[in-house]
Ligand binder design. Structure first.
Ligand code: SDX
Length: 392
């Protein structure tokens, strides 16, 4: 399999795990969901099909997909009091903090969601969060802009209605001219799972104490928020904008990224596992070109991004350290072409990662994994006698 095949029996309580959901090979740039290549899924499947695949293990047939979509729509209503919690946030609140809070608050309004002791109860909880999460995502953005909140149009598809709830354009914009819908669908697929990354490990370890799914997801959203993880897609756009404002001098920023005295890192570059190209970045880069061309948009930051990537490919510091563009490097350019504000980019990452988090949490509970308990190597003081304060 090219991956890890056996783990030290002691791994059981360390947060590492066995999983049958996603396979990735960092050296060869391979990523597969339940055995299907990310390239094929991004090209041929819809986000809802991929969500079903990740969560339940098989691509759905038409009847299963229609039922999944119907059950999700039925569960998309959010308790009205959630709006009061949303109203309590200042406009300056970062959308990831708002989303994490609202996701955790869902438990209060859906107490039965904590019970997943039967397949039926688990399925109910899954479709509840699949239905309500896109609403929270759209409301988080509109609240920040002081715009009215609603549920879009249930006659639209899952991804179409995300854009409808966010931007409220006429349905034809999404059904007759699906450029943005197709681009968002592909982006959500590419972000849907990535085995035991920081936020997924967080969801699994919080869930291993038998905390509910919504509380576990809330913790995962907080982990994803960090600029070294999902927050990188916002940081990439801010970096590209800074380079543009600075006259487009990429060499200056490359030098900063290589300067060990300078905490600045080239955002969107490097990866814990991919020591070759990130297969998702290749697909997103191509999609960015296509979307901007289809929309007739000239975005100078795309050219700056390409310039940076080309420079890094021939720069010894980056080549020696195997630092290549990752999933976050080009995604923001597409989100921006959709009119999504930069502070919402990581929220869009969370929307894509939702089915992966759910799948991993469900797998952990179905396999009855023990509570996560990472161990440590103690490097502190050896035993010493108490010292009275007068002697300190
Ligand atoms: C995601 O894990 C996942 O799967 C995550 C993710 C997912 O789908 O869930 O793929 C999503 O989080 C992608 C990563 C997004 N983050 C960024 O783009 C932030 C910028 N990248 C880095 O901060 C960094 O590359 C990390 C955090 C991604 C990885 O950090 P590591 O593991 O500490 O990097 P490393 O050990 O590979 O570093 C080796 C060397 C170090 O220098 P030396 O000590 O050898 O001199 O490379 C340097 C690092 O300082 N380095 C960078 C760099 N990334 C690593 N130098 C400049 N710019 C960078 N971006």
């Amino acid at each position: 399999t090219g991956g890890v095949t056996t783990l030290d029996p002691g791994y059981k309580n360390t947060g590492s795990c066995e999983s049958a959901i996603t396979f990735l090979n960092g050296e060869e740039g391979i990523l597969r969901y339940r055995g299907y290549s990310i390239e094929e899924l991004a090209d041929k499947a819809s986000f809802l099909e991929v969500a079903f695949l990740l969560i339940f293990g098989e691509l759905p047939n038409q009847e299963q997909l229609s039922k999944f979509a119907h059950d999700i729509k039925e569960q998309s209503v959010v308790d009205d009091d959630i709006k009061k919690i949303l109203d309590a946030f200042p406009k300056s609140a970062h959308p990831m903090g708002v989303l994490s809070s609202l996701t955790s608050a869902l438990t209060a309004f859906n107490p039965s969601s904590v019970n997943v002791d039967s397949e039926e109860a688990m399925y109910k909880t899954v479709v509840k969060i699949m239905g309500k999460f896109p609403v929270l995502v759209a409301w988080t953005m509109r609240k920040q802009k002081g715009l009215p909140l609603d549920y879009g149009d249930n006659s639209l598809g899952y991804v179409e209605n995300v854009l409808k709830m966010m931007f409220k354009k006429p349905n034809e914009e999404y059904t007759q001219n699906p450029i943005l819908v197709n681009a968002l669908d592909k982006l959500l697929i590419l972000h849907a799972d990535h085995e035991q990354n920081c936020s997924t490990s967080t969801v699994r370890i919080v869930g291993s104490s038998h905390a509910g799914l919504f509380a576990s997801l809330s913790a995962g959203i907080s982990a994803l928020w960090g600029p070294l993880h999902g927050g990188a897609n916002q940081a990439v756009l801010e970096m590209l904008e800074a380079i543009k404002e600075d006259g487009g001098d990429t060499k200056k920023f490359m030098a900063k990224a290589k300067d060990k005295e300078d905490p600045f890192r080239l955002m969107g570059f490097g990866h814990r596992v991919y020591k070759n190209f990130d297969p998702r970045a290749k697909i997103i880069k191509k999609a960015a070109d296509e979307v901007l061309a289809d929309l007739g948009v000239e975005d100078p930051v795309l050219d700056i991004a390409k310039g940076l990537a080309a420079e890094a490919l021939s720069d010894d510091y980056f080549v020696k350290r195997k630092l290549y563009p990752n999933v976050d490097f080009y995604s923001g350019i597409i989100y921006r072409s959709m009119g999504i504000p930069v502070e919402m980019f990581t929220v869009m990452f969370a929307l894509g990662r939702l089915p992966g988090w759910i799948a991993q949490w469900r797998e952990m509970r179905l396999r009855k994994e023990p509570i996560g308990r990472p161990r440590q190597i103690y490097i502190g003081e050896t035993h010493r006698p108490f010292k009275e304060i007068s002697k300190r």
